[in-house]
Design a protein around this ligand. Structure first.
Ligand SMILES: Cc1cc2nc3c(=O)[nH]c(=O)nc-3n(C[C@H](O)[C@H](O)[C@H](O)COP(=O)(O)O)c2cc1C
Length: 323
C-alpha cells in the first residue's frame, strides 16, 4: 500500500501503533515495525531519559525497520525531564516522534534539525490546524471513540475525519475505533492516509502485558467503556471495573468540587499493577470502544496482514463491484 503516510515514514503499510503507557515497550514496537507498520515506544513509561535510551537500543536489536517514540506532554506539578527525553531520541537515532497531550512547538526546531518527523495526536480540527501551522509533518486525528484521552469536544470520527480532510494539507491518520480492514478502508475513504491503533494492539501475542489484560479486552463489548475525569477537563475513556464504578460514584457525589486528590486511589500508579501484574480492578486504565470488535489474540504480523488483506478485498472487490 502506498499513501502519504507510508512515504513519509518509510513503512510498508499505513498502520501505526499509538504510544501506550506500560504497553509500548520495545517488544511491541519492534513487532509492529517488523510486520510493516510503525511501532512506537512510549517515552514516559521509561522513568528516566537514560532508561529510554536503553529501551531504544533494545528495540534496535529486535528490528532494523523504522520505529518511533511517543512523547506525551502531561499536566503535572513536577514536569518530566523532556529535554533529556528529546536528547535520548535524537542521540538514539530515532527519526519519528509521536507527540500528544499538549502543543509540541517548543520541541519542533530541535527535532527537525535532527531530521526527526513529528506526528502530533489531537482530538479536534482546530488543534490539527495548529499542529500544521507550527510545522508538524502529520497528525493523528483522534475521535471520541478512542481509548485514552478523547478531549472535550466529543466528536466521533465519522464527522471529525472528513472535517480534517476539508481543512488539512498535511497527511493525517485516523485514530480511535480502528481494528480491522473495514476500519482501514473507511479511514482511507474518509480522507485519512492510514490508521493509528491502540487498544487493538494490546490484544496481540507480542504485547508485553499480563494475559488478564488481553482477556479483558476480548471479553469486553463496545458498551463496556466509561468516561472518567470529565469535571477535571482531563477526560479519559477507560474499561469499566470495580475501581472505575467507585470513581464514578465519587464524581457524581462531589460534582464540580471534585479534585484530583479525591480520586488518586483510582488513578495514580495504576498502570504497572494492571499491565504487569494483571490486577484488573486496580484502577482506571485506558481502553477504546473498539474492544467490542476485538475477539482474538493474534500475532502482530497476523493482525496486520489480515487488516491489509481485508482492506484490499473491500476496496478492490466489494466496493468496486458496487460501482
Ligand atoms: C492502555 C492505553 C494507554 C495509552 N497511553 C497513551 C500514552 O501514554 N500517550 C498517548 O499519547 N496516548 C496513549 N494512548 C492512546 C493511544 O495511543 C491511541 O491514540 C488510542 O488508543 C486510539 O484509540 P483506540 O484505542 O480506539 O485504538 C493509550 C491508549 C491505551 C488503550
Amino acid at each position: 500500500m502506498k499513501t502519504r503516510i507510508t512515504e513519509l515514514f518509510g513503512i510498508q503499510y499505513p498502520i501505526i501503533q499509538g504510544g501506550m503507557h506500560f504497553v509500548g515497550l520495545a517488544e511491541l514496537a519492534a513487532a509492529v515495525s517488523n510486520a510493516g507498520g510503525l511501532g512506537i515506544i512510549t517515552g514516559l513509561t521509561q522513568k528516566t531519559p537514560e532508561a529510554l535510551a536503553a529501551e531504544i537500543a533494545r528495540c534496535r536489536t529486535m528490528t532494523d525497520k523504522p520505529f518511533g517514540v511517543n512523547l506525551t506532554f502531561i499536566p503535572s506539578v513536577t514536569s518530566p525531564d523532556y529535554p533529556g527525553y528529546v536528547r535520548a531520541i535524537v542521540e538514539g537515532g530515532v527519526k519519528i516522534v509521536e507527540t500528544a497531550g499538549n502543543n509540541p512547538q517548543k520541541w519542533l526546531p530541535g527535532l527537525h534539525e535532527a531530521c526527526v518527523k513529528v506526528i502530533h495526536k489531537c482530538t479536534s480540527v482546530r488543534h490539527a490546524l495548529k499542529a500544521q501551522a507550527i510545522g508538524c509533518d502529520a497528525v493523528s486525528v483522534n475521535g471520541f471513540e478512542c481509548g485514552g484521552h478523547p478531549g472535550e469536544d466529543d466528536m466521533p470520527n465519522f464527522i471529525l475525519l472528513p472535517r480534517a480532510a476539508e481543512e488539512l494539507d498535511i497527511p493525517f491518520v485516523a485514530s480511535g475505533g480502528m481494528a480491522d480492514g473495514h476500519s482501514l478502508a473507511a479511514a482511507l475513504a474518509l480522507g485519512a492516509e492510514g490508521v493509528n491503533m491502540g487498544t487493538r494492539f494490546i490484544a496481540t501475542k507480542e504485547a508485553p502485558v499480563h494475559e488478564n489484560v488481553k482477556q479483558a479486552i476480548v471479553q469486553a463489548s463496545e458498551l463496556d467503556t466509561r468516561l472518567v475525569m470529565r469535571q477535571l477537563r482531563n477526560t479519559e475513556r477507560v474499561l469499566a471495573n470495580a475501581a472505575v464504578e467507585r470513581l464514578l460514584v465519587k464524581e457524581k457525589e462531589l460534582g464540580a468540587s471534585i479534585k484530583f486528590e479525591d480520586i488518586i486511589e483510582e488513578v495514580a500508579g495504576v498502570y504497572p499493577r494492571i499491565m504487569k501484574s494483571g490486577e484488573m480492578d486496580a484502577g482506571a486504565w485506558s481502553c477504546g470502544m473498539v474492544a467490542g470488535l476485538i475477539h482474538d489474540i493474534p500475532t502482530v504480523k497476523e493482525l496486520i496482514e489480515r487488516i491489509v488483506a481485508e482492506a484490499r478485498q473491500i476496496i478492490g472487490k466489494r466496493l468496486a463491484a458496487m460501482l
